[in-house]
Design a protein around this ligand. Structure first.
Ligand code: NAP
Length: 128
């Protein structure tokens, strides 16, 4: 499993998009709007399976409709708050149960707090 911070979103998209055999399963946090939503729609269009989370059910419903417009219903969108350990644990359990371990995780929903702004991030290669 690969993980990616926001700075690696483009590399994640490029890596997933460049996959030579079959689609990847890409989990994107903060998928209901903004960059996360745009990435989800683009990767789905390229044949990848999207697993996404955010806090607002109505926005997830809207994205689910858009993702399913090509008659592909294999995407999985779930309510979760990434600031809550219990919510993230519940999300992880549901994802693994329904889809297995994702190929790529894009940690997009990282609220800019003092901790996230100045915390240490580990740079990982996203070569697929
Ligand atoms: N846009 C930029 O120019 C820019 C520049 C530098 C860095 N970034 C970073 O890139 C990321 C995305 O930016 P954006 O502009 O696309 O943001 P955005 O439009 O505000 O979207 C944020 C997404 O994250 C979700 N979210 C927020 N808090 C969450 C939480 N606690 N748990 C789960 N989901 C949560 C939101 O959905 P709900 O509210 O429904 O939960 C939404 O889907 C952020 O981490 C931002 O700090 C953006």
């Amino acid at each position: 499993m690969k993980t990616a911070s926001f700075g690696a979103v483009n590399r994640a998209a490029a890596g997933a998009a460049g996959a030579s055999s079959g689609g990847k399963t890409v989990m994107i946090t903060g998928v209901s709007k903004g960059l996360g939503r745009a990435l989800a729609l683009e990767l789905a269009k390229r044949g990848h399976t999207i697993i996404g989370c955010s806090r607002a059910q109505d926005k997830l419903n809207s994205l689910q409709s858009e993702l399913s417009s090509d008659h592909n219903n294999h995407h999985l969108l779930l309510i979760a708050d990434v600031r809550s350990n219990s919510s993230v644990e519940e999300l992880a359990r549901a994802v693994i149960e329904k889809k297995g371990v994702p190929d790529i995780i894009v940690n997009n929903a990282v609220p800019l707090t003092e901790t996230t702004r100045y915390g240490k991030f580990q740079r990982k290669s996203l070569t697929l």
